[in-house]
Design a protein around this ligand. Sequence first.
Ligand code: FAD
Length: 282
Amino acid sequence: MSRFFFLARRFVAGESLEAAVEVVRTLNDAGLDVTLNMLGEGTREREKAEDAVRQYLVMLDLIRDGALEANISVKLTHLGLDIDETYCVDNLYRILEAAKEKDVFIRLDMEGSSYTQQTLDIFYDQYDSHKNTGVVIQAMLLRSPHDIFVLNKIGARVRLCKGSYREPTDLALQRMPNIRGAFLSMAEQLLQNGHYPAFATHDDYLIEGVARYADRLEVPKDGFEFQMLYGLRPGYQKEMRRQGYRMRIYVPFGTEWMPYFYRRLRERKENVWFVLRNLVRR
Ligand SMILES: Cc1cc2nc3c(=O)[nH]c(=O)nc-3n(C[C@H](O)[C@H](O)[C@H](O)COP(=O)(O)OP(=O)(O)OC[C@H]3O[C@@H](n4cnc5c(N)ncnc54)[C@H](O)[C@@H]3O)c2cc1C
């Protein structure tokens, strides 16, 4: 284990798959669903991309054998998108084919806006042959209402989130009230015309808004799910489950935790305080 992993421990299940399996079991026992993700992005070495594929295939075996109850999220740049698109797609298809055989749902995470079109194109290309897949839409991007419209039309499952990458003003909303407004308007579209949408947020304002819309549109509590990140608001995750909502926890693991960890710190100053407190305690 790296010397500094203790800093990220709150947000990352472990540096190994074995450590993540323990976390998944505990969450499953508490009635929470899980999405497993191996950390890694912007991969430039084929060896690393191939290691990721191998680990995803092991995860799929564990899920099929009943050792794990989870679905999976992958990042295309982890699978080699920055090396070569065809190479990345070949890697993705190895995972998708195995997932299809084992009936496991795979979601493509969404990265920064320079990858949005490429990610959606790859998603659309494979969707006909792998219906058990979904994608992510970021509410902050100006293009997102149109993307949601198209995804709803083809019946694809969407995870809606605010978006965690810094984006330029000509592509993305910058102010929180505007991003929240866009999120809720797209949530309404997804509840009305979508297919088992997922709402990924820790924000009470959005969670309450989505719950209110679902109620008004008479979408049953099992017709959509909320999603939160491992380590954030764990008590509230269970409380939402107790209230009868589906709650899925995104559980990242692996040694390449720095960019993910950095995004969590940038999002919320309380996360920085938490890490600093742990540092001082040591
Ligand atoms: C399951 C999941 C998957 C994601 N996948 C992607 C992806 O593929 N691509 C991508 O770009 N982004 C992704 N994200 C990240 C997302 O885009 C946001 O950056 C991240 O969720 C922060 O936004 P937020 O709405 O959760 O709350 P924030 O904007 O961080 O906070 C808003 C408010 O929510 C409340 N709140 C937030 N956190 C806490 C807390 N820990 N305790 C108490 N109150 C809190 C506070 O009132 C806070 O003011 C994902 C997020 C989740 C949960």
